[in-house]
Design a binder for this molecule. Structure first.
Ligand code: DSN
Length: 490
């Protein structure tokens, strides 16, 4: 029963000074505490196994997902999860934090190094549990309640936490506790409309402008954002969650030169665990009169994260971020990031060659947005038919869409496929699978009519079902050829 200890547990057991033998444990009434999940909770483990199979057999094209490394998985499933450490290194509210402090300090040191930042000019808080809490902490720290913020509108490729609200409802807490005004992309071209942002900012006079995206396939012009912020006296916060791996590898412009604050998640192109990080300027800035003014972000941001919004940090995740950042600084990671972009461009070119409309006409990063109206499908139908053949992506609004619930596009990304080792020629094969799936979807849709529910039903019947089954098998056969980090690790 105790023979199949996970690699992590086994290693720590052997290396440590644990004196209790497995035989002794087997006799204890608390032996269930020592059983691996497959013995202790087979019901849950069965579900986990199915998810693992789904990940291994499918083609993961959700732009914000990735497959993290075995080292990160080891950290997440380690003893570090047991430790409370409210506070910051050297200033904790609990005893026994001497090693936890080392973990967090190592993470801080590597975070600065990975993005080429000097500790005199930049500080970093590695405790945010993810990207949304990180963003909320920045607003809490630097924008007073009901202070004004501006972010790219969600339907145009922004993020919920950039202040999203609708005509009838304040959706994100960032629009409940702060006053937000969206800026937009050009509804014809899909490119971000910096001039319109500038005009709105002059009227709205925001305290903070967010340069960040969840669905935009072009590099942002951070210099332009800086000009706008300087003109209206706003703080510039870059949310580089999607692209932080590309930034660290130097394959897309870095926001650090122009920004006051930079936030990121760590599990997207950076390929770490699910967590968030806030970088903030330190030292001095020069104002319009040429006077040197000290930045006052550090204590405000640290206090907003803890004790303002969070309690004990997840040190197992912080260790995961630390070990991920070590990998990020290697030549292999740079090559990985370059391949992500090459793969996205091959994907974009391949789909366009087969008649699909890609918003903005291409990509400079890891993702692209396909307007499915070009092939007679809605975003929801395209997402569904692709999922039926084990290609995972998400429906997404395209510029000009009226309904976020029934969007016209799908968002595709290459970080996860690139982690599995897919190269240009493999992406051509992926294009072929997608094209076959979506063309079949078009045929089914023409027969089933406009409603998604009828479309889904038709996919499960007769010859359509057989064709989808066949295509899915082909995708599985193809996908299983590519290794997955941490394959042995549930
Ligand atoms: N939900 C994430 C995404 O898919 O882009 C962002 O937080």
């Amino acid at each position: 029963m105790l023979s199949r200890l996970s690699a992590t547990c086994k290693h720590l057991l052997i290396e440590g000074s644990h004196r209790i033998s497995l035989g002794q444990i087997a006799k204890m009434s608390t032996k269930y505490l020592h059983e691996p999940v497959w013995d202790n909770d087979p019901e849950l483990f069965e579900i986990m196994k199915r998810e693992k199979q789904r990940q291994v057999k499918g083609l993961e094209m959700i732009a914000s997902e990735n497959f993290t490394s075995l080292a990160v998985l080891n950290c997440l499933g380690s003893c570090l999860t047991n430790k409370y450490s409210e506070g910051y290194p050297g200033h904790r509210y609990y005893g026994g934090t001497q090693f936890i402090d080392q973990v967090e300090n190592l993470c801080i040191e590597r975070a600065l190094k990975a993005f080429n930042l000097c500790a005199d000019e930049w500080g970093v808080n590695v405790q945010p549990l993810s990207g949304s809490p990180a963003n909320f902490a920045v607003y809490t720290a630097l924008v007073e309640p009901h202070g004004r913020i501006m972010g790219l509108d969600l339907p145009d490729g922004g993020h919920l936490t950039h202040g999203f609200f609708t005509a009838t409802k304040k959706i994100s807490a960032t629009s409940i506790f702060f006053e937000s005004m969206p800026y937009k992309s050009n509804q014809e071209t899909g490119f971000l409309d910096y001039d319109a942002l500038w005009k709105s900012a002059k009227l709205f006079k925001p305290k903070l402008i967010i340069a960040g995206v969840s669905c935009y396939s072009r590099a942002l012009d951070y210099k332009k954002f800086r000009e706008i912020c300087d003109d209206v006296g706003a703080i510039l916060m870059a949310d580089m969650a999607h692209i932080s791996g590309l930034v660290a590898a130097g394959v897309t412009p870095s926001p650090f030169e122009y920004s006051d604050i930079v936030t990121t998640t760590t599990h997207k192109s950076l390929r770490g665990p699910r967590a968030g990080v806030i970088f903030f300027r330190k030292g001095f800035k020069t104002n319009a009169k040429g006077e040197k003014i000290p930045y006052d972000y550090e204590s405000k941001i640290n206090q907003a994260v803890f004790p303002g919004l969070q309690g004990g940090p997840h040190e197992n995740a912080i260790a995961g971020v630390a070990t991920c950042l070590r990998q990020v600084m290697t030549p292999e990671f740079k090559e990985y990031a370059q391949q992500i972009v090459r793969n996205a461009q091959i994907l974009s070119d391949g789909l366009q060659a087969r008649g699909y409309k890609v918003v903005t006409g291409g990509t400079e990063v890891h993702m692209l947005l396909v307007d499915c109206r070009s092939v007679g499908l809605t975003g929801a139908k395209a997402e569904y038919i692709l999922e039926e053949i084990s290609i995972t992506c998400n429906k997404n609004t395209v510029p000009g869409d009226k309904s976020a619930l029934n969007p016209s596009g799908i968002r595709l990304g290459t970080p996860a496929l690139t982690t599995r080792g897919l190269k240009e020629e493999d992406i051509c094969q992926v294009v072929d699978f997608m094209d076959k799936g979506m063309k079949l979807g078009k045929t089914i849709s023409e027969k089933s009519g406009p409603k998604l529910v009828d479309f889904k039903k038709a996919c499960q019947e007769g010859a359509f079902k057989e064709e989808l089954d066949c295509l899915r098998q082909e995708v599985h056969k193809f996908s299983e050829k590519f290794p997955m980090p941490g394959f042995e690790c549930y």
